[in-house]
Design a protein around this ligand. Structure first.
Ligand code: NAD
Ligand code: ZN
Length: 343
C-alpha cells in the first residue's frame, strides 16, 4: 500500500510503498477514508528540535483519521466490517495506575498513532478496537477525522462551565477556531480572541467571536478591561503555545478566574506566577488529549445539536499532495487541512 512517511532526519515527507498491516487479536484494520493534519505533523515535516527527541524514524505519520473497518481481530466485539469509525489516537496500556483509575489520557505507557506506532496517512491503518469510535450520528464524512482535535478544543473550553461567562481564547489556529465554536455554542459571552495572523483574525470573526484582538497592533489588556468594565475575563483558554500570549492572557484573567492550557510551548517559558496566578487565586487545568471516552460523547452531542465543524475545514488535498498541504499550513493561511483517501 501507499503511505506518507518520515524516512530521513531532514525537512519533508516521502510517499513510500509498504506491506499492508495485519490485525492482532484485539485490533482492526481501517481503510482510511479521511485524515487531517495536526500541528504535530507539521513539526514532523519540518523536523524541528521539538519533535526530534520525541520520535524514531522511519515512521508512517498521521493520527487524525476516520475509516471503514475492513478486517477484524478474533477477540474484537462490538464492531463489524463496514462500520465507519473515528479514532482516539492515544493507545493506552490498561494496567498502569492512571489507566486503572480510569484516567486513560495520561497513561504512563502511552503510544501515539503516527508518532510511536505507524500512522494513518496511508491506505490502511491498524487500530486497537478499544480506540474506535463508531459514528452513529449523521454528520458529513469530511469532518469525521476532525473529532479527535475537536476533542482537545472541547476539553480546553469545557473543563468547567462556560455559559454566561466571559472567555479569552489566545490563538486562532485550527484548535482555537474550534474553541470559538464550542464557547459560542455553550453560551459563553463575550468571547474574546487574540490572534496575530490576518487570515485567522478574519476567520475568528466569521466564526462568531465577539471581539478579535491583534496583540501586535492593539493593547489587549486595555480592550478587555474596557469591555468587561474593569473586571477581566473569567476564563482564559491558551491555545497558541506562545509565551507572550500566555503572560498577557493571564494579566487579563479576573481574580478567581480559570485557565485551561492547551498550547504547547517550543521552549521553557517564564511567567510571573506570584502575581498572575497565586495572588489572584486562579485555577489552572493542563489539557492533554481527550478524556476517554466522556469527551467523545460530548463531541457527538455538540455536533448533533448543530455545532458546524465544516466551518473550520478550509482546505482539502489528496494524500500525494502532502508537501503542498504542509507548505500551506506553515504559512498559516488556513484553518483545518484535510486529506482525502488515496482512491
Ligand atoms: P497553530 O500553531 O496552528 O495555532 C496557534 C495560533 O496562535 C497561530 O494561528 C498563531 O498565529 C497564533 N499566535 C501566535 N502568537 C500569538 C500571540 N502572541 N497571540 C495570539 N495568538 C498568537 O496550532 P493549533 O493546531 O491550532 O494548536 C494550538 C496549540 O495546541 C499548539 O501549540 C499545539 O501544539 C497545541 N496542541 C496541544 C495538544 C494537547 O494535547 N495539549 C494537542 C494538540 C495541539
Ligand atoms: Zn496505562
Amino acid at each position: 500500500m501507499k503511505a506518507i512517511a518520515k524516512t530521513k532526519p531532514i525537512r519533508g515527507l516521502e510517499i513510500i510503498d509498504v506491506k499492508e498491516p495485519v490485525p492482532g487479536e484485539d485490533e482492526v484494520i481501517l481503510k482510511v477514508k479521511r485524515a487531517s493534519i495536526c500541528g504535530t505533523d507539521l513539526h514532523i515535516y519540518k523536523w524541528d528540535e521539538w519533535i526530534k527527541e520525541k520520535m524514531e524514524i522511519p515512521r508512517i505519520i498521521g493520527h487524525e483519521v476516520a475509516g471503514e473497518i475492513v478486517e477484524i481481530g478474533k477477540n474484537v466485539k462490538n464492531f463489524k466490517k463496514g462500520d465507519i469509525v473515528s479514532v482516539e489516537t492515544h493507545f493506552v496500556c490498561h494496567y498502569c495506575p492512571a489507566c486503572r483509575k480510569g484516567d486513560y489520557k495520561v497513561c504512563y505507557n502511552m503510544k501515539i498513532l503516527g508518532i510511536d506506532v505507524d500512522g494513518a496517512f496511508a491506505e490502511f491503518v491498524k487500530i486497537p478496537a478499544f480506540n474506535l469510535w463508531k459514528n452513529k450520528i449523521n454528520i458529513p464524512e469530511e469532518i469525521l477525522s476532525l473529532k479527535e482535535p475537536f476533542g482537545n478544543a472541547v476539553d480546553t473550553v469545557l473543563s468547567e462551565d462556560v455559559s454566561g461567562k466571559s472567555i479569552l481564547i489566545t490563538g486562532a489556529g485550527p484548535l482555537g477556531m474550534m474553541g470559538i465554536l464550542v464557547a459560542k455554542h455553550s453560551g459563553a459571552y463575550p468571547v474574546f480572541v487574540s490572534e496575530v495572523k490576518d487570515y485567522r483574525i478574519k476567520k475568528a470573526k466569521e466564526l462568531g467571536a465577539d471581539y478579535v484582538i491583534n496583540p501586535l497592533q492593539e493593547d489587549m489588556y486595555e480592550i478587555i478591561m474596557e469591555k468587561t468594565k474593569g473586571e477581566g475575563v473569567e476564563i482564559l483558554c491558551e491555545m497558541s503555545g506562545n509565551e507572550k500570549a500566555l503572560s498577557e492572557g493571564l494579566r487579563c484573567v479576573a481574580p478567581g478566574g480559570r485557565v485551561s492550557l492547551l498550547g504547547l510551548f517550543e521552549n521553557k517559558i517564564s511567567v510571573d506566577i506570584n502575581r498572575l496566578i497565586i495572588l489572584k487565586s486562579v485555577r489552572i487545568y493542563g489539557i492533554t488529549g481527550r478524556n476517554m471516552f466522556s469527551t467523545w460523547y460530548k463531541i457527538d452531542k455538540l455536533l448533533e445539536s448543530g455545532l458546524d465543524l465544516t466551518k473550520v475545514l478550509t482546505h482539502t488535498f489528496k494524500m500525494n499532495e502532502i508537501n503542498k498541504a504542509m507548505e500551506l499550513m506553515e504559512k498559516g493561511e488556513c484553518g483545518k487541512v484535510s486529506l482525502s483517501a488515496w482512491n
